[in-house]
Ligand binder design. Structure first.
Ligand code: ATP
Length: 332
């Protein structure tokens, strides 16, 4: 249930819960202050804001911040993504249809094709692109002037961006995982909008299971809301929240079924490892990629799983979390 696939109704709710301005945006103090300065300065200058790069794991608010940049600048927003731009022509079509001051949000910007990326360098710097007409020796470059625009790029992997692209952003904001206290604020705001009543302990219970991620916090809140509705509960306390989330197999540390089965396989079938990723994936009946990209980052961050040159290992906290004693011969 913490997988990225989102139902249409869920998507609508997610959109409704998005903060619309910097004041409503919870946490990320540093990024908020820096961004607010960049926007204020460009408003004073009467020019479109510098290009902004947002980096950080999924669900921490990159898209939300792009929308806020557009709203604060009173500018329209165009949304596209790296994987959707496979040819330079795809990018040229988007850039040439922008209006003066428009904000262009490019999600997963690290996945854009090389030729498009090179076109973007010039567009970001000089608000101009060269459209190549013809092929081979007869090819000519026709310069095309662009309106000034603000590019907001988002990436989960800032390290994958080539230096020349990274350098063309005037400001880079690194989004961090949220503390439990910040997630409680996100949840309070969302509960207000959904007309839900929770006790403080109810909020804490959900926040603690949300993996430092507002998108997950909001999703768990919606599951708890469903549970409370069906059980006729008006005010959701810690016990109700906990019962609801246990039912959805999200445990007290936010591990879901896949996370737990990875740890259980490591511990029960391989005595805590080391074991290769593909063997581990077969043991839990999943694709290697799913284990590597969906479960592992969180388990590593939580200090439950380690990656070694010889394979994955269960760390002492994993045995403890599963209520097991780590045998003396286990590697950790
Ligand atoms: P992805 O990279 O997966 O697209 P993202 O980083 O762009 O994720 P968003 O789509 O901006 O994440 O945020 C996900 C949800 O979390 C939004 O619906 C929004 O309501 C909520 N959210 C994110 N950040 C905050 C915040 N700081 N305060 C309140 N709500 C937030």
């Amino acid at each position: 249930m913490v997988a990225p696939a989102v139902e249409p109704e869920e998507r609508e709710l997610e959109a409704a819960l998005r903060p619309k301005n910097l004041d409503d945006f919870v946490g990320q103090e540093r990024v908020r202050k820096q961004l607010s300065l960049v926007l204020a300065a460009s408003k004073i200058r009467g020019r479109s804001a510098d290009h902004v790069l947002m980096s950080g794991p999924p669900g921490l608010g990159k898209t939300t911040l792009a929308m806020i940049v557009a709203a604060e600048m009173n500018a329209p927003l165009r949304i596209s993504s790296g994987p959707a731009i496979q040819h330079a022509g795809d990018l040229a079509a988007i850039l040439s249809s922008l209006t003066e001051g428009e904000v262009l949000f490019l999600d997963e910007i690290h996945r854009m094709s090389r030729p498009a990326e090179e076109m973007l360098y010039m567009a970001m710097e000089d608000f101009r692109v060269d459209i190549i007409v013809g092929k081979g020796a007869g090819a000519t470059a026709i310069p095309l002037e662009l309106p000034s625009f603000t590019l907001v790029g988002a990436t989960t992997r800032a390290g994958l961006l080539p230096g020349p692209l990274r350098d063309r952003f005037g400001f880079t904001g690194h989004l961090e995982f949220y503390s439990v206290a910040e997630l409680e604020l996100v949840l309070r705001r969302s509960a207000g909008m959904l007309d839900l009543k929770l006790t403080s302990a109810g909020f804490s219970e959900i926040a603690g299971r949300s993996r430092g991620t507002p998108r997950i916090a909001n999703r768990l809140l919606r599951r708890v809301r469903d549970w409370a509705l069906v059980h006729g509960i008006e005010t959701i306390d810690a016990r109700s929240a906990s019962a609801a989330l246990d039912m959805y197999e999200v445990d007290v540390r936010g591990l879901d079924r896949l996370d737990r089965s990875v740890l259980e396989a490591l511990v029960n079938k391989f005595n805590g490892g080391p074991v290769g990723l593909s063997t581990l994936a077969i043991a839990v009946g999943e694709e290697s990629e799913t284990v590597e990209t969906v479960a592992e980052p969180f388990l590593v961050r939580e200090g439950l799983l380690g990656r070694t040159p010889r394979g994955r290992i269960a760390l002492p906290a994993a045995w403890e979390h599963l209520g097991l004693r780590m045998p003396g011969n286990a590697v950790a």
